[in-house]
Write a new protein. Structure first.
Length: 123
């Protein structure tokens, strides 16, 4: 399951990382240039673990990314200010809002599920 999650979310991350340059408010998210770069790099790493990495490596990647994204979403939600729960990382280099936090929480849950349920098979 971990390899499948890496494959699917890797493709999604790369697409969002490219689309963010064309549509920086895609689905109501805040897709800034630094975030687009992070999405493309994260997607490439996920694709590596999904297609070429070991099942254990994919499981580890899913668990680490699941924790990171879940924490990012929860921290952003609770520390964000105003009705949009705006949360700034690195000053103004990265701004996350309500939609970003919800997406990050969902991604965290999916990555964690992939990591917790997979890794022993070559799926």
């Amino acid at each position: 399951m971990a390899k499948t999650v890496c494959k699917l979310l890797g493709v999604v991350f790369v697409i969002v990382g490219v689309a963010g340059f064309v549509a920086p408010t895609l689905l109501g998210a805040h897709l800034m240039p630094l975030q687009n770069l992070v999405h493309r790099v994260s997607g490439a790493i996920a694709l590596y673990f999904g297609f070429a990495g070991s099942p254990g490596g994919a499981k580890g990647f899913c668990l680490i990314f699941g924790i990171v994204y879940l924490l990012l979403g929860v921290v952003g939600w609770f520390l964000g200010v105003g009705p949009e729960h705006l949360f700034h990382v690195g000053g103004e280099m990265l701004t996350l809002g309500k939609v970003d936090h919800i997406i990050h929480i969902l991604l965290g849950v999916v990555f964690l599920a992939g990591g917790l349920l997979g890794g022993r098979s070559s799926s």
